[in-house]
Design a protein around this ligand. Structure first.
Ligand code: 5GP
Ligand code: ZN
Length: 116
């Protein structure tokens, strides 16, 4: 169920190259092409959901799995552990939410103070 002309579906299919952080049968994580922090990667479901607003109760397990995978991947990519370290998780939803790519994704940012 890939989205027509969706660049993230093309990344999942390997038609557009990416620097992979993690992959399994349901999830892909890869470095953002235009990083906003020393560590900046995106975590996406392989299922083409345009935005969080399009998710439903049938996606509960998938979204929970993505959230729970993020701390492990952040440490793997070099985020400092514990309360003194950390990372930021961000998701844009819709045009007014700042979304540019309509395949749902979480940004994970770390490696400097990225909090407000
Ligand atoms: P959004 O504004 O939709 O939340 O963020 C989209 C993100 O996708 C941006 O940070 C942008 O740099 C990243 N991005 C857009 N096209 C590509 C691409 O082809 N490859 C990778 N790795 N990242 C991309
Ligand atoms: Zn897609």
């Amino acid at each position: 169920m890939s989205g027509d002309n969706c660049i993230f579906c093309k990344i999942i299919e390997g038609k557009i190259p990416s620097k992979k952080v993690y992959e399994d049968d349901e999830i892909l994580a890869f470095h953002d092409i235009n990083p906003s922090a020393p560590i900046h990667f995106l975590v996406i479901p392989k299922k083409h959901l345009p935005m969080l607003s399009d998710a439903s109760s049938e996606d509960t397990q998938l979204l929970g799995k993505i959230m729970l995978k993020i701390p492990e991947l952040a440490i793997q990519e070099g985020a400092n552990p514990g309360q003194a370290g950390g990372f930021k998780v961000l998701m844009n939803n819709g045009a007014e939410g700042g979304q540019e790519v309509y395949h749902m994704h979480l940004h994970v940012l770390a490696g400097k103070r990225v909090g407000n």
